[in-house]
Design a protein around this ligand. Structure first.
Ligand SMILES: Cc1cc2nc3c(=O)[nH]c(=O)nc-3n(C[C@H](O)[C@H](O)[C@H](O)COP(=O)(O)OP(=O)(O)OC[C@H]3O[C@@H](n4cnc5c(N)ncnc54)[C@H](O)[C@@H]3O)c2cc1C
Length: 249
């Protein structure tokens, strides 16, 4: 199976419970994540009465402008990513502060029927796609053969789960960077902003850039107050990229 685009699902978002004894004078629309951040921010100055009469989104824009980024750390979003390559996740997991990851294991999971992610730069060119596919198929055949030979070589290992793990961990060495993987990524809104800014930029690798642009759209729908200043545009290379108004706070 080949993936031509990633699949992204929001699997967790903040649930805010406003304390009855410290109610906020809310303005305009706001999601739980945005209200949580506003509540935390207002607590710093006990400004729950909202003397400036700001809407939640105006309040959050002001937080972004002022660089008061720690307020955004209260709101976490978990995304399930599928149809992404191992090379993409290798880059993604470099983002450390505020991030948590759980990724499919190539030692425990059989990859003999693994899917592969077509590199975006190749999509649409039949000759390139065919050359790439030939290499992928050959790698997968080598993987299947190696697993089988290694299982035979280590037949003396009684624990079958352990034996399979030994076989798969060695055989996966021939699997390409384009092998599809799945990963759950949780991060707070501040951390997401940093990652999205870096990985949606024109300098980022095309697959992770495409994912970042998709994540921007999804997270903007979740919480415009956190992500509304990321603007998607079409760059000179005819691919989408994004720029941010309030740089890395
Ligand atoms: C276009 C592009 C090309 C890249 N090319 C390469 C490459 O060729 N080789 C390579 O190895 N990497 C490469 N990277 C990865 C890059 O070096 C970073 O590892 C990655 O972008 C994560 O950035 P970060 O450390 O700022 O993020 P995070 O780890 O999420 O950190 C966010 C911020 O928290 C603070 N922080 C986090 N940890 C610490 C700490 N330990 N000490 C002090 N402050 C901290 C810093 O302010 C940091 O910017 C590339 C990244 C991009 C976007």
């Amino acid at each position: 199976m080949l993936y031509y685009e990633p699949r992204l699902t929001v699997i967790a978002r903040p649930a805010f419970s406003e304390p009855a004894h410290l109610p906020v004078q809310w303005g305009g629309e706001g999601t739980d994540g945005e209200h949580l951040a506003e509540f935390a921010g207002r607590l710093c100055y006990m400004s729950q009465r909202n003397p400036a009469g700001r809407t939640t989104r105006e309040y959050l824009v002001n937080i972004l402008k002022q660089g008061h980024g720690s307020v955004l750390e209260h709101a976490n979003y978990s995304l399930l990513l599928e149809g992404v390559s191992r090379s993409l996740t290798h880059e993604l997991v470099r983002h450390r502060a505020g991030f948590a990851y759980s990724q499919l294991s190539q030692r425990y999971v059989d990859e003999s029927e693994a899917a592969f992610v077509v590199p975006p730069a190749i999509i649409g060119d039949t000759a390139l796609e065919s050359a790439w596919k030939t290499q992928i198929e050959s790698a997968q055949q080598a993987y299947v053969a190696l697993v089988s030979e290694l299982m035979a070589r280590y037949a003396w290992v009684d624990d079958k789960v352990h034996r399979r793990k030994m076989a798969r961990e060695a055989a996966r060495g021939v699997l390409p960077n384009s092998t599809e993987t799945k990963i759950v990524v949780t991060a707070n809104a501040r951390a997401w902003r940093t990652m999205l800014e870096l990985r949606s930029s024109e300098g980022a690798e095309l697959e992770i850039r495409r994912l970042a642009v998709l994540a921007i759209r999804v997270l903007q729908a979740e919480a415009p107050g956190f992500f509304g200043d990321l603007e998607v545009y079409t760059a000179d290379d005819r691919r989408e990229a994004a720029r941010i108004t309030y740089h890395k706070v």
